[in-house]
Ligand binder design. Structure first.
Ligand code: URA
Length: 250
């Protein structure tokens, strides 16, 4: 059954990022806004946000109750809904996303870059985050030092981590050594859980502290290479379906 999501026209247009409430009022007064094809004069009129045909200068404004964003999180930004002092990932998006209830699905460290999903769909967020769902996350890392076959085997067997942040037994994980110059190396790590500083701690435990970390993939969804750090876009329906499907760990 279709549910109604009724709100004031000026609130709807503000949520959609078309301007402040005062600007929207002016647009309406100027006759630039139509609802169901008819010009409106009252910016306070109630509209069905999801189904009404609202146009600005003839352009149809599309409201979606559920929004999903792919962000290439830049270094130096907190993964949090808000923070009094520091810039958060939500500050990189137009305010309508926060107003629509979007939140980061999971957390990347402040100095970690890469794929972060921000969504208003709590169930989808749960799928991405919950260790029970066993969704693979793939990271690219630069580390000090050199890793060897025995490190790959130790990752595959499941590392026991015991450091200043605490103790845990990591699930079996994937380690691929991409390159090394003898002093530092580039590696790819695949994990299916998200303990505090997990990838950094796993690599440090093998004598290879991380100097750069980027998340490249969540399940079957890869970071769009066209997005520079700090850039974002909404997910396509196909990409949402990739996140909703069971992870085949390919
Ligand atoms: N593992 C880490 O150590 N940091 C991250 O940000 C993500 C995974």
């Amino acid at each position: 059954m279709a549910t109604k999501n009724t709100m004031r026209l000026d609130r709807l247009m503000t949520l959609l990022g078309e301007g402040t409430r005062a600007q929207v009022k002016d647009m309406v007064r100027a006759g630039r806004v139509t609802v169901e094809g008819a010009p409106v004069r009252d910016s306070g009129m109630q509209v069905d946000a999801e189904h009404a045909q609202v146009r600005l200068d003839g352009r149809l404004l599309a409201y979606k109750a559920v929004r999903h964003v792919m962000l290439n999180k830049p270094q130096g930004t907190l993964t949090a809904a808000r923070d009094k002092r520091q810039r958060t990932v939500m500050d990189l998006l137009p305010p309508m996303y926060a107003a629509m209830g979007c939140m980061p699905a999971g957390r990347l460290d402040k100095d970690t870059e890469g794929l972060l999903i921000i969504t208003s769909d709590g169930q989808l967020a749960h799928r991405i985050i919950s260790p029970k769902k066993d969704v693979t996350k793939v990271y690219f890392a630069r580390v000090d030092g050199v890793l060897h076959e025995e490190d790959i085997a130790a990752f595959a067997a499941g590392l026991h981590i015991d450091d200043s942040d605490g103790t845990f037994d990591a699930r079996p994980a994937g380690l691929t050594i991409l390159s090394t110059d003898g002093a530092s190396s580039e590696v790819r790590v695949r994990v299916s859980e998200g303990k505090y500083h997990q990838v950094k701690r796993m690599l440090s435990s093998r004598g290879a502290p991380v100097t750069y970390l980027k998340r490249e993939r969540i399940g079957a969804l890869a970071l769009d290479p066209a997005l520079a750090p700090g850039q974002w876009r909404e997910l396509t329906d196909e990409e949402v379906a990739l996140l909703e499907q069971e992870d085949d760990h390919a």
